[in-house]
Design a protein around this ligand. Structure first.
Ligand SMILES: [Fe+2]
Ligand SMILES: [Fe+2]
Length: 151
C-alpha cells in the first residue's frame, strides 16, 4: 500500500513520543517505588503499559504500510525537582503528544484520508485523557492532598 510521506512522518514522530512516554512513566513509577510509594508507583506503571499499547498500535500500522519503525528521537526522562515538577513535566509531554496528534488529524482531514484520520483521532482522544489526568494530579499534589507526607 502506498503511504503519504507526511503521514509516515507523523507516525515516526508519534512512535518517538510514545516510547518517550513509556520511559517517562516507568521512570516515575520506579522513582515513587524508591520513595516507598508502592500504590502510586503501580499507577504510573499502568500508564506506561497504556503508552506501550500505543507503541504497538503505531508499529503495527507501520508494518501494515511495509515501513520499518524508526523511533529516533527519544526524549530523556525528566525527573529533576519536586514531585509536582516531575508530574508537570509529564503533563507537558502529554500536551506535546496531543499537539502532534491534533496536527495529524487536521492534516488527514484536509487530505480526505479517513482511515488515517480515524487512527490518529483515537490516539488523540486517549492522550487528551492522559493530559487531563496529569493536570488533575498536579492540582492534587499542589493542594497537598496527595503524597502529602512524601513531597
Ligand atoms: Fe500514548
Ligand atoms: Fe499519554
Amino acid at each position: 500500500m502506498n503511504i503519504d510521506p507526511i503521514v509516515l512522518g507523523f507516525l515516526g514522530r508519534a512512535l518517538s513520543f510514545e516510547f518517550s512516554a513509556v520511559q517517562q512513566y516507568l521512570s516515575l513509577s520506579k522513582l515513587l517505588l524508591a520513595k516507598g510509594l508502592a500504590a502510586e508507583s503501580e499507577k504510573f506503571k499502568q500508564e506506561a503499559q497504556e503508552e506501550m499499547e500505543h507503541v504497538e498500535r503505531i508499529i503495527a500500522r507501520l508494518i501494515g504500510f511495509a515501513c520499518a519503525p524508526n523511533a529516533s528521537h527519544l526524549r530523556p526522562a525528566k525527573l529533576k525537582g519536586s514531585l509536582v515538577e516531575v508530574i508537570k513535566n509529564t503533563s507537558q509531554l502529554e500536551m506535546d503528544i496531543v499537539t502532534l496528534y491534533d496536527s495529524a488529524v487536521s492534516y488527514c482531514e484536509k487530505q480526505g484520508d479517513v482511515e488515517n484520520k480515524l487512527f490518529f483521532a483515537a490516539l488523540l482522544k486517549e492522550e487528551q485523557h492522559h493530559y487531563e489526568e496529569m493536570e488533575t494530579l498536579v492540582k492534587r499534589v499542589t493542594q497537598g492532598n496527595l503524597f502529602e507526607s512524601h513531597v
